[in-house]
Design a protein around this ligand. Structure first.
Ligand SMILES: *Cc1c(COP(=O)(O)O)cnc(C)c1O
Length: 413
């Protein structure tokens, strides 16, 4: 019998239990399900702010809503540009368009798919207002460099940490605290969940005020029924918040468990006999497009291993510098391992969206804007990137099955 890999869509792949049931019952019996008058969402905000060492955490309806708040905080004029990555969830990009700003896609580091600070720097122009960086799959992006770049040019730095709960930066702080705003998601497929939900983190009182107002119809509740700015209803309910609080208590163990088994897989892959576990990671030559990750090589197949430092392991990515990630994905799938090539059908700079009107029949302010090519991102998605679903309930048995399947693939004639 093939070993079952627990996934995020079933009880065995989640950490939902008695604590979440009790939290929901507490809220339902209180008669107050709305966070304007309830205490759960405010408590969640305090707990997340404390965990992250942030001055403010603002709870809202989704990760996309949190990103929309972050763009509102950056306050672009219509037509201003926000530089972001083409390898991400559309929730990173949709809020840019919603604020009538222009997403400008910078290319990525081919070793991990995270934004390349040099590519970002080359795109900064007179209309650039912000940089939105994503910690892809939970791997820390180069936010130190990006923050220096942002500060030098007077830009806002926004960190999308939807896949990066408790990702650690080289200085030991959590991802989400290096930028002006950091955002988190509580959607079903993230480390912890309440179905849907989001949080925006900031140390800046004025940005926090703008984001709170936008999440609640521009309504300062202390000032009477009066609307001082444009806003939507992006509020989190008390039901979501109560479940999220129970989940938050389990987060450290969720991430620790994922780190444990991901570390075992890295060790297992290094120890296949294909690479020497004692050798230093090789650095890529020009042929590998600058691949920096540790590599294995056997039978002409090279596999770039993810760097474990600070990684929160939302997914476990592998990079095949010479291509054929689809081949390895098919091989792993056949062994019952939840693996996929490419992550996206196409990187977001190539989405069908750019050939259609955006608002009614209009493309304002995009006009005839088309995203520029991002060759590294395109290559990753089309041929070199593979992701294995990761889960806190994996055991050394799961790691063994994956290691053996990769060994089988590399051993093929
Ligand atoms: C999931 C995700 C989002 C969107 O979050 P939702 O809660 O689904 O709206 C944004 N960015 C990234 C990188 C994500 O993985």
């Amino acid at each position: 019998m093939t070993l079952h890999f627990p996934n995020m869509a079933e009880p065995a792949g989640r950490t939902l239990g008695d604590e979440e049931v009790a939290a929901l019952e507490r809220v339902i019996r209180s008669g107050m399900l709305n966070s304007v008058w309830g205490a759960e969402a405010r408590a969640l905000e305090r707990e997340v702010a404390e965990l992250y060492g942030s001055r403010h955490a603002i709870a809202c309806a989704s990760g996309t809503a949190a990103l929309h708040l972050s763009v509102v905080a950056a306050a672009p004029d219509p037509g201003d540009e926000i530089i972001t990555t083409p390898i991400t969830d559309f929730g990173t990009v949709a809020p840019i368009l919603a604020q009538n700003a222009v997403p400008v896609f910078a290319d990525v580091d081919p070793s991990d798919g995270n934004l390349d600070p040099d590519a970002v720097a080359a795109l900064i122009g007179p209309r650039t207002r912000a940089i939105m960086v994503v910690h892809l799959f939970g791997a820390p992006a180069k936010v130190g460099e990006l923050r220096r770049l942002a500060d030098r040019h007077g830009l806002a730095l926004i960190e999308d940490c939807a896949q990066a709960w408790l990702t650690e930066l080289p200085d030991g702080r959590y991802a989400g605290t290096a930028g002006h705003v950091g955002t988190l998601s509580l959607q079903q497929w993230k480390h912890i969940t309440c179905g849907d939900g989001g949080l925006a983190l900031t140390d800046d009182d004025e940005l926090a005020r703008r984001m709170r107002l936008f999440a609640d119809k521009g309504w300062d509740r202390a000032a009477g029924r009066s609307h001082e700015s444009l806003g939507l209803n992006y509020r989190m309910t008390e039901l979501q918040a109560a479940v999220a609080r129970a989940q938050l208590a389990k987060l450290p163990e969720v991430v620790a468990s994922r780190r444990r088994t991901a570390g075992q897989l890295i060790e297992g892959l290094r120890g296949l006999g294909l690479g020497d576990a004692e050798t230093e990671p090789k650095t890529g030559g020009p042929k590998m497009g600058g691949l920096q990750a540790c590599e294995l090589e056997a039978g002409g197949v090279r596999i770039g291993l993810p760097r474990p430092d600070g990684h929160a392991w939302w997914l476990f990515p592998l990079v095949l510098p010479e291509g054929d990630a689809p081949g390895l994905a098919a091989h792993l799938s056949a062994a019952g391992i939840p693996a996929r090539a490419g992550y996206l059908k196409e990187p977001l700079n190539q989405a069908p969206l750019w050939d259609a009107p955006v608002y009614g029949s209009s493309r304002y302010p995009l006009e005839d804007y088309r995203p520029a090519p991002c060759p590294e991102a395109e290559r990753l998605v089309a041929t070199t990137l593979l992701t294995i679903d990761w889960n806190e309930h994996y055991t050394s048995e799961h790691v063994k099955v994956i290691t053996e399947a990769v060994a089988g693939y590399l051993g093929r004639p």
